[in-house]
Ligand binder design. Structure first.
Ligand code: FES
Length: 127
């Protein structure tokens, strides 16, 4: 049985509650190639949620201004291109041109105060 892959992305305390931050990570494919993996991490109280940072409408990053992910009310994710809004808890688009579609969720856990991605093989950052 393969061990579960767990990679720390940031400290839990790096993201204030009710805020979302983007990370530009790299996934290591089975063939050794690296594939960009931009993600959004949302913290809501003690809960963390993650989605791939790719709008289902035109496959662009949601944050047209860096790390501007939330709608003006701060309760949904919003795409900066055409204004689609997405439920925080499900990633489902509830308003805008991609209504009925959804962001791709990613599995996150908090381990020893770090927010970690689970089940993906990330390329280590040499920097
Ligand atoms: S590209 Fe996101 S709503 Fe159109």
């Amino acid at each position: 049985m393969q061990p579960t892959l767990v990679y720390a992305i940031c400290s839990f305390n790096d993201i204030p509650s009710r805020q979302a931050i983007g990370f530009h990570l790299m996934v290591l494919e089975d063939d050794g190639n690296h594939r960009p993996w931009p993600i959004i991490v949302v913290r809501w109280g003690k809960k963390v949620l993650g989605y791939v940072n790719k709008c289902p409408h035109h496959s662009v990053n949601l944050d047209w201004e860096q790390n501007e992910f939330l709608d003006p009310n701060g309760i949904r994710l919003m795409c900066g291109k055409h204004g689609s809004t997405f439920e925080l808890g499900t990633g489902r688009c509830v308003e805008g041109p991609c209504q009925g579609r959804a962001l791709t969720p990613i599995a996150l856990v908090v381990v020893d105060g770090d927010i970690c991605a689970v089940g993906v093989h990330l390329a280590e950052d040499d920097a």
